[in-house]
Design a protein around this ligand. Structure first.
Ligand SMILES: C[S@@+](CC[C@H](N)C(=O)[O-])C[C@H]1O[C@@H](n2cnc3c(N)ncnc32)[C@H](O)[C@@H]1O
Length: 267
């Protein structure tokens, strides 16, 4: 392509990037970055570099659901690894438009972006080999419900998961049962105050200036919630990223964990 045509194309791409800004994902679109002045640096590429070793290197032929896909950074990484089909969902149309532009500019096909809340994943009506659920849980007012719905309706084999975490990185074994009192006393068991006990910190006001941050589990709570929803943690990287596998839902014999909505269809 002649140099002038290329520079016209770059100019038009820069115009389209700016029209959809601001971007939370800095994605290199053939030499044009979408968020070069990101407050977290080269984000999320720098973050990805710290946990890429637990992201499946080969996704040839796999289906991938990217929940809370934003501008599609992780959808693109799945496509680069050979995923046959990627569906990205998000509740924000502007982010979805960014994702569509990013994948178009990079020349990817086999990808679909839809406005759909994690609470409505049942309407997708299929399971995906890999679910990506990064950076969304703590924005939700009902985080365990979201994990339950993912497990019940869309998780096929693996899930890549990340959440904001606060507090201790220590992870204690959880007791099989919790007596009211320490045996032979009227004292409450001490383990609730142990740093490695699962704790979900509720953020009533803003966190980092953002009122949509509602929860900050410690590492033990992230792992406990994943287990409770029916995932085993296979690997952890960069402190808050987990590669999980679908497992039996604890106490699943007593009925489905997710109580809303079973099908996504009003009934
Ligand atoms: C912090 S960003 C994380 C983006 C990306 N997954 C990542 O890890 O870089 C949170 C994303 O979740 C989306 N989101 C928030 N609530 C959602 C919901 N109920 N269902 C689907 N997406 C949601 C936001 O629009 C935003 O794109």
């Amino acid at each position: 392509m002649p140099a002038t045509a290329r520079s016209d194309d770059q100019h038009e791409l820069s115009r389209r990037i700016a029209a959809l800004g601001p971007w939370f994902h800095n994605i290199d679109l053939n030499g044009t970055p979408t968020a070069p002045d990101h407050f977290l640096g080269n984000y999320p590429a720098d973050k990805f570099a710290r946990f890429a070793q637990i992201f499946p290197a080969d996704l040839t032929g796999k289906s991938v659901l990217d929940i809370g896909c934003n501008a599609g950074f992780y959808s693109v990484e799945a496509l680069r690894r050979g995923a046959a089909r990627v569906v990205g969902i998000d509740s924000d149309d502007r982010y979805l438009a960014q994702a569509a532009l990013a994948t178009e500019a990079l020349g990817f096909t086999g990808v679909e972006f839809r406005n759909l809340s994690v609470y409505n994943v049942a309407t997708l009506g299929e399971r995906f080999d890999v679910v990506i659920f990064m950076g969304v849980l703590y924005h939700l007012r009902h985080p365990l419900l979201a994990l339950d719905l993912i497990r019940e309706h869309v998780a096929g084999e693996a899930m890549l998961f990340q959440t904001l975490q606060q507090g201790s990185q220590q992870v204690d074994d959880v007791p099989a049962d919790h007596p009211f009192f320490e045996p032979g006393t009227y004292r409450q068991p001490a383990y609730f105050d142990a740093p490695g006990y699962p704790k979900m910190h509720f953020i009533e006001q803003k966190f980092a200036g953002d009122w949509t941050n509602w929860w900050a589990p410690n590492a033990a709570a992230s792992q406990a919630m994943l287990r409770a929803a029916g995932f085993t943690v296979e690997a952890q990287a960069d402190g808050d990223v987990y590669l999980c596998r679908v497992a039996p839902v604890p106490f699943g014999q007593y009925g489905p964990a997710a109580v809303y909505p079973a099908t996504g269809v009003n009934s």
